[in-house]
Design a protein around this ligand. Structure first.
Ligand code: HEM
Length: 476
């Protein structure tokens, strides 16, 4: 396999920056192309590529469709991006398929909807608050007045022990992109690694089907400084001919959804559903039902390997499939969040084929929690908190949207009837129930509500470093 072009690949693709626990995301608008491009030329020198690891600070950058357009990218090149990216997350059809309705509807979003669009996402990761704040101040000052406008600052911080706000360990089940060298580390940490071709996450490279992940290209004449690589004959794809220059190479699509978590509502619901006959709380049963919703205990231990009780020794364990140990969901409910988001070998017709098909829909998750930790999960303190859900993929339709629509919000997923993912499913498509498979009788938990609400989001293009320089060089 060819070496990764690490100098060209932004760092966030290869690293989740766990060594940089503080993060802030700047949402920006391009008001005037020329000063924005001058600013971008400077940013291209500051962006962290994946060839090196900076122990203190890393900056990455991504653009929406309107961002590329406002920077002056020509219509031919814009048309060569994938349709979901062109249309955007808030387009009515896409909002419908993602379950962004009622409270989740784009009309109520804080950012990313047609009435409050964003063009640029600047991601800053720091080793501590002081480093982060200094970088934030610097980057804000560097925004050219009248050129780039600050829309919103989204703060993020890792929760203690990398637990998300409901209290569960997060960031365990992840695919590995070939060539990154992450396989060994993943094997050590989780005892399992599914290595997928580069083209599952980066445009312009062979994907899981052995074809080049479609990558937007520009005419050679439009790249007079030869900043972008030429597309060779054997790499010509759906929307790019040999000889054109590859704008997408080493870039990725970054899905960003700001998902607010109603922690007290979640735990109060579980508390009520598990209280004793005289109405008293039953913390053990409450935690067990919460784990059934997720498919892992708070420690991260998978239910399929430890069905009766939490086992923190298995906190990072990822070496399991569902079919041999739990085909009927008696250990890990079929509708649990992790089983829906990655059903592994459980969807038939036979386990090996099912595993292969499931691996065509994998996401490289890069999310960060935001908002203060909740001291008592059962008491609403009024603060907003949640997850800045972020993932990288080369095909938004086949990867992120498929997971969200066909697995997470599918009321008849794997033989179920009338229910959706208890955390992030589209409630309108289900009957607000969750089934815990059991023998002799299953248990149906009723009356689920929205524990997670979409507050904003966009589809971004995370370019390679050369593409970034190209965008900065545009003249129009
Ligand atoms: C606030 C919203 C969310 C919360 C609290 C949440 C929480 C979790 C937790 C606790 C895990 C288990 C730990 C792990 O394997 O990393 C997990 C796994 C996962 N989640 Fe989410 N999640 C949320 C939203 C989403 C969304 C929107 C998607 C995609 C549509 C998603 C996709 C996944 C995937 C792919 C896994 C790994 C499953 C595996 O490989 O076994 N999550 N999530």
């Amino acid at each position: 396999m060819a070496e990764l072009e690490r100098k060209d690949i932004q760092g966030i693709v290869v690293s989740a920056y766990k060594h940089l626990p503080c993060a802030v995301f700047l949402l920006l608008r391009v008001k005037n192309a020329q000063p924005s491009r001058t600013w971008l030329a400077q940013m291209a020198t500051e962006v962290m590529a994946s060839e090196a690891k900076d122990e203190t600070l890393s900056i990455n950058i991504a653009f929406t469709y309107s961002g590329l357009k406002n920077l002056g990218l020509g219509q031919d090149a814009l048309d060569a991006f994938s349709l979901p990216f062109q249309e955007g997350m808030a387009a009515p059809y896409r909002a419908r398929l993602l379950g962004d309705n009622e409270e989740n509807a784009p009309t109520g979003w804080d950012w990313g909807a047609p009435n409050n669009p964003v063009d640029v996402l600047l991601m800053i990761y720091g080793k501590d608050e002081a480093t982060l704040n200094a970088a934030l101040e610097r980057e804000q000052k560097a925004l050219p007045a009248g050129g780039v406008e600050l829309v919103k600052i989204l703060s993020a911080q890792r929760q203690p022990n990398t637990h998300e706000h409901f209290g569960f360990a997060d960031g365990i089940g992840q695919p590995v992109m070939a060539g990154t060298g992450n396989k060994q580390r993943q094997l050590q940490r989780t005892h399992h690694a599914t290595e997928l071709p580069v083209g599952e996450f980066l445009l312009g490279h062979p994907n899981v089907y052995g074809v080049i992940a479609p990558s937007p290209a520009v005419k050679a004449a439009d790249d007079s400084q030869n900043l972008l690589p030429e597309i060779p004959a054997d790499a010509a794809g759906l929307n790019a001919e040999a000889g054109m220059h590859d704008l997408g190479r080493n870039g990725s699509y970054l899905v960003f959804r700001q998902l607010a978590q109603r922690v007290a509502q979640f735990w109060q619901f579980l508390d009520k559903a598990t209280c004793t006959a005289n109405g008293a709380s039953n913390p053990g049963a409450r935690d067990r039902l919460g784990a059934k919703f997720v498919g892992r205990y708070k420690s991260g231990a998978p239910l399929v390997l430890s069905p009766e009780h939490d086992n923190p020794a298995l906190g990072n364990e990822n070496n399991f499939t569902y079919y041999p140990k739990d085909p009927d969901g008696l250990k890990c409910p079929i509708g649990s969040h992790v089983r829906r988001c990655n059903p592994r070998d459980s969807l038939g017709p036979d386990p090996a084929t099912a595993l292969n098909s499931a691996n065509r829909h994998r996401l490289l998750r890069r999310g960060r929690s935001y908002g203060p930790p909740q001291e008592n999960p059962l008491v609403d303190d009024g603060a907003e908190r949640g997850l800045h859900f972020m993932c990288l993929n080369s095909d938004i339709e086949r990867q992120f949207e498929f997971v969200q629509q066909t697995w997470v919000s599918n009321p008849v997923f794997n033989g179920l009837d009338g229910e959706v993912d208890p955390l992030v499913g589209d409630l309108l498509r289900g009957d607000s129930i969750f089934t815990v498979q059991a023998e002799p009788l299953r248990r149906r938990v009723e009356g689920l509500s929205r524990f997670v609400v979409t507050k904003g989001g966009s589809y971004f293009f995370l370019p390679g470093v050369q593409a970034l320089k190209y965008l900065a060089s545009l003249r129009s």
